[in-house]
Design a protein. Structure first.
Length: 616
């Protein structure tokens, strides 16, 4: 039976690749754990070891994913397999050479031998091929464009964008052969900061955290109109905050939350939009911050915990805006409360494992311990406490699957940080970041608000297809759509309709960056002055006004004219926030209050069932 023999061969190959992935992954985890406690001395050798293991694991993972694909062999299967094998070999051999000669390369840079340059080109091509397989063509194209600019930007006939001529050995020193630049630059963040935090997050999911937070969402949703959205808002927000990846979170939690929302009256596109926006919220919520928090800390040379704490109030305001939008939408469409019962026994049994281990991680970070130390301790505490979860204690299969997911996730995230190193290095070394900033200033008027709007547009465009760290590097140095795609597929809804609903729901969140730019004290947590809280209250009221204008409901369905009045009120509230004007704030609050009274009076005068009709 040819088909049966083919399946057996594929299964055997998959098992070999899996055991290889497990063995190397376990060895890397042990090695990084040893390094956490200071038993590794040579930094050039240490980070070379780390990158070598990561690119090998990324290659094995890419090949295994292709072998495991159960679809009929599609047209590009052999091409992608060839790319995976070539990328693995080139990156592994190139990094092995750099590891062997790490001390010499560090001391003689940038005066390299010819064979050194060949190794540099090999690792460059190999990592780009692996990045293409794991992170797609758009990200890889951006990195390739940056590298090509580094090599050939001196040929650009433009005073604004040209740069001095750099020799290939100089460029390769800053891209891959220098053990502190290029690929090594953010590899330090991956090895020293995120590794054990990501493994800790994946372990929590394997120990039952996903089920627990979904049940907590059910509890809150039983008392509120549109309560079926709360497992997504609560569950996806919490899970995304520790996973740090919107798309992975949509796929993980959306399988449960989207069908639940559809069963309780949410249209498919709105269900997908809620899941994608709630998952995206995790990108700016501590502790992971979509990896961007670690990059920000590296750029600013500040402890990571300070960055994470600064993001807390803005992150909560993002979640509040999303929640307010869902509540107004639910009232507008008279959606029911959630009727599905919550498993409180599960919540009570699993809650200590999550809370206590998370508290340990948080206390260590607050005391300026390294994220790696915090992650290791969080893992140890979670493993001990899970033994007391009774019948909810994970079995051996669940435990191993969670560890494998953690290794796979930390591999692809570390590969991302390694791959985008040359992008940031190019922008800094060639001063491309300053040039892009100059272009933005030259095109736009010299006004902070207009410049912020320009940065917002660039951020939105980049964020549609690029991972958070990449979008952050490009935008921050110069001055949502993938998750929507995943959510639309799970909801069996139109991508365009889901994207529109997601943008509409996220309207309430656009005010947050402007708010903390014009009122920096919002990012001063935990040393927040009392003067911040009136500003926070004003932002919450503004988010409510935006939701009312977007969905046309406040105490009753609004007419088109009333919605336009609320849109105008929202505009006044926006300028009140950024201008920090007491007069504008009073005017904004007064308009909102007047409309509240107007709607209530008119509602009492209208016969039952004769409310205004407005668009959805």
């Amino acid at each position: 039976m040819p088909g049966s023999r083919s399946n057996n061969a594929r299964d055997q190959t998959y098992r070999v690749l899996s055991w290889t992935f497990w063995a190397v992954g376990a060895a890397l985890t042990a090695y990084v754990g040893i390094a956490v406690f200071g038993f590794v001395r040579s930094s050039s050798q240490h980070y070379s070891n780390f990158i070598l293991a990561i690119v090998f694991l990324a290659g094995v993972l890419a090949i295994r994913n292709l072998v495991d694909d159960r679809r009929p062999r599609y047209r590009l299967f052999h091409t992608r397999m060839a790319i995976a094998i070539a990328g693995t070999l080139l990156a592994t051999v190139g990094m092995a050479y750099i590891r062997w000669h790490a001390d010499r390369l560090e001391s003689t840079a940038p005066f390299f031998e010819s064979v050194d340059l060949y190794a540099g080109y090999a690792i460059l091509v190999g990592i780009l091929l692996l990045a293409y397989l794991h992170w797609g063509g758009l990200l890889t194209s951006v990195i390739v464009a940056a590298i090509l600019y580094f090599f050939f930007g001196h040929k650009i006939d433009s005073v604004l964008f040209t740069h001095p001529h750099y020799e290939p050995n100089f460029v390769l020193h800053y891209i891959g052969l220098g053990t502190t630049q290029g690929f090594f630059w953010l590899a330090q963040v991956a090895a020293d900061s995120i590794y054990f935090l990501i493994v800790y997050a994946a372990l929590l999911l394997g120990l039952g955290m996903l089920r627990m937070v979904l049940e907590v969402g059910k509890v809150s949703g039983r008392y509120i109109s549109g309560g079926a959205a709360f497992p997504a808002l609560v569950g996806s927000g919490i899970v995304a905050s520790v996973m740090g990846q919107a798309v992975a979170n949509v796929v993980m939690t959306g399988r449960f939350t989207i069908p639940m929302m559809k069963r309780h009256g949410f249209r498919a596109s709105m269900a997908g939009a809620i899941e994608s926006v709630a998952s995206t919220a995790g990108q700016i919520m501590p502790p992971i911050l979509g990896l961007a928090g670690f990059i920000i800390a590296a750029f600013l040379n500040r402890p990571y915990i300070e960055v994470a704490l600064s993001a807390l109030i803005p992150g909560l305001l993002f979640l509040s805006g999303t929640t307010i939008g869902v509540l107004v939408y639910a009232r507008r469409h008279a959606l029911p409360t959630l009727t599905e019962p919550a498993d409180m026994a599960l919540v009570l049994r699993m809650l200590p494992t999550f809370l206590i281990s998370f508290l340990v991680v948080l206390i260590l970070l607050l005391n300026y311990r390294s994220p790696a130390i915090a992650g290791v301790c969080g893992i140890a505490v979670a493993l001990i406490l899970c033994l007391f979860q009774g019948r909810y204690r994970p079995d051996r299969r669940e435990f191993l699957e969670s560890l494998e997911e953690g290794l796979a996730l930390v591999t692809v995230l570390s590969l991302l940080l390694i791959a985008i190193g040359p992008l940031g290095q190019t922008m800094l070394t060639t001063n491309l970041s300053g040039r892009l900033g100059s272009v933005l200033v030259a095109i736009l008027p010299d006004a902070p608000l207009v410049l912020l709007l320009g940065a917002m547009v660039v951020s939105l465009i980049l964020g549609m297809g690029l991972p958070t760290p990449v979008a952050y590097i490009v935008v921050a140095l110069a001055v949502v759509a993938v998750s929507v795609l995943a959510a639309a597929r799970l909801a069996d809804a139109s991508l365009f309709a889901t994207a529109l609903d997601a943008m509409k729901l996220a309207l309430t969140t656009f005010i947050v960056p402007f708010a903390f730019v014009y009122n920096p004290d919002i990012m001063s947590f935990p040393k927040t002055p009392w003067s911040v809280w009136p500003a926070v209250a004003e932002i919450l009221l503004l988010q409510w006004a935006i939701s009312v204008a977007a969905y046309g409901y406040l105490r009753r369905v609004l007419s088109a004219t009333e919605r336009w009045v609320f849109a105008l009120t929202s505009g006044i509230g926006f300028f009140a926030v950024i201008e920090d004007s007491v007069l504008l704030s009073l005017f904004f609050v007064g308009m909102f209050g007047a409309m509240w009274l107007w709607i209530g009076v008119r509602k009492s005068l209208l016969p039952r069932g004769q409310e205004p009709v407005s668009g959805k």
